[in-house]
Structure formats: structure tokens, C-alpha cells
Design a binder for this molecule. Sequence first.
Ligand code: PLP
Length: 362
Amino acid sequence: MNDRMRRAPEPSRRLAGLPGYGRGRAGQSTPFLHRLGSNEAPDAPSAAVQAAAAAAFASTNRYPDLRGETLTDALARRHGLPAESVAVSAGSIVMLDQLVRAYCDPGDAVVTPWRSYEAYPIIVGGASARLVEVPLDAENRLDADAMLKASGSGVRVVLVCNPNNPTGTALGSSELDALIEALPKDALVILDEAYADYAADAATVAASPARRLARHPNLAVLRTFSKAWGLAGMRVGYCLADPDIVAAVNAIAPPFPLPAPALAAALAALDEEDVVAERVTCSIEQRMRLTEGMTAAGLPVARSEANFVWLAVGGEAEAFTLHLRRAGIAVRCFAGEGVRITTGTAADTAAVLAAVAEWGPA
Ligand SMILES: *Cc1c(COP(=O)(O)O)cnc(C)c1O
């Protein structure tokens, strides 16, 4: 056998050094009693949403909408935007990937506050672009001055997660507007609003995409059905942006982005906004209980506007995670930095606070 026959195919060098996506303890054989590692909603989809998905399944011998038109139209109406300003994808992560690939050439800079969502370095590296990480300030919040300094000419994309994952911290509406206003007009600004439904000023947030897009044609807002809308397993995300940006995404997006049951489930969920609002209220209540309980126990809890809390425990992150795991609680550990705990049911909160009471220097 010569050398040529022995060699295996080698993946692109881009893949070397990509960090990989940590498991939130989902999908393992014996699930944890308290699954607080992936910021999912604790409740199953409503009966109406389940029925809509099941009914759509009956026609899955046919292809679904080419571009998810039934859902893009409904989302356009909901947000008061033209249908050409909406694109859907199998999770907002896929949309982010498409945006970065549509706007970045190899070596282009993508500026983002850091620590932020762990999927960002994978997506940016996978597109052969270069992630420029701008450290958060001492309160774990986005540092607007530092972001502006890092976003000079030549920057192709500025990526802001607000409220931020995993810290839960958020810029207020006017601070965010001022930041977007000051960024270069030729940079694509991607605003990842996966947790917008939990933010402090919900009414402002609901009206914000249409208002912001009218002022900033370089903005793309990402939303998802995976968190407050309770459909993480259905994989539905979307982008709201200027029609030129949506056209660029559609130029590289494969056709038929969403299976028919996922389209039907998302449409049915949009008809039940009151259910979502109620669930968000419950999440925020649990977030307050967790924050108060853990603060009282002396833990450093960041000010969260999402469905999780961030404990900046630094070098104790792994030991604390292990301690919670022994109590049947799965959380997300960022070794050497902190621990992120999703808000679940009242029983989940009680379990976390009971475990916290047992936690202390050995
Ligand atoms: C959970 C999450 C998403 C949602 O991803 P999907 O692909 O829509 O499930 C997007 N961005 C951030 C920051 C998240 O935490």
C-alpha cells in the first residue's frame, strides 16, 4: 500500500482549535432530577401546540414551506414589519451562522463582549473569521466604550447578546440604542435577543425590533422559540432585519429550513402569547428567589434579566458544580469563571437553595 492509499481525509484547518459546545446534561441516559444547565423552559408545550405539531406530522410526506413562509408572515405581522424583513431557521444559532458566513470573508473581525455565549467562537472560527473579545466590566456588563474602541473601520460584524448569556446582565434600551448609533454604519450589528422576553422592560422590548430597524439598516435582531416560548426541541429561530440583509442570508441558507411540525408548533405558540407571559412571570419569580437566597448565602450573584443566574465563583466553579450534581442538579460550569443556573420550577429552586445551604469551605 502506498502513502496515498493510507491517508484518511483531513478536515479543514479551520476546525483546529474550535472550542466545542459543552453539554447542558441534556440527552443523557439517566437525566438529572433538576435540569438547570441549558436555559430551557421547565414546562411542556401546551396541548394546543402539541396538537398542531401532531396534525402537521400527518403531511410530512410533502416538503414544508420553501422559506417557512407561513411562519415568516405571522412573525412579520407580530413585529409590524414587512415579510421581506423576516427569515426563519432551525434555531437562531443556525441563523447566526448564516449571517456570519454571509457577511464575513476569511480573517474578517467579529467584535463581541466576552464572556458571552459559548457558541460564538465556534461559529466565527468555523467561518474562518476572527473573534475579537472585549472584556465585560467589573459588574459583568457590556463595556460600551471598550466595544466602540474595538469596533474601528474594517470590522465586519459586531455581535451583542442582550441580555447576555451566561451573565444575565443587560444594557437598558437607551444604552443599547446609543451603542448601535455609535457603531460604524458599514458593520453588521447582530443583536442576539434570545432572552429578550425576560428583560426588565418587557413592553419596550416587544416593540424594539421594528423601532430599531427603522433607525438602523445595519441591524439584525435574532429571536428564538427555544427559551420563553418553550420549544427548544423544535429548533425554531428567526432574524428580523432590513430586506437586503434577509436577502443575503437567503442567498446562502439551504431551502426548507424548518420541518412542517416545527412550523406548526411555532405558529400555534404565537397564538398563545398569554401562556408565554404567564410562564415568563413564573421564571422571573424563581430568578428572584434564587438571587435572594444565594445572595443571602454569600454567593456573588450577577444582576440577571434572563431565565438564569450567574455566579462569578471563579476557581470554585468546578467544585460548586460537582456539589450541585451530587444533589441531582445539572448546571453549566465555566471552569475558573463561574456557574450558570437556569430558573426552573419552584421545586427546582428549593433544591438549589437546599444544596447551597450545604455548600461551604471544606
Ligand atoms: C439559547 C440561546 C440561543 C438560542 O439558540 P437556538 O438555536 O434558537 O435554540 C441563542 N443565543 C443565545 C445567547 C442563547 O443562549
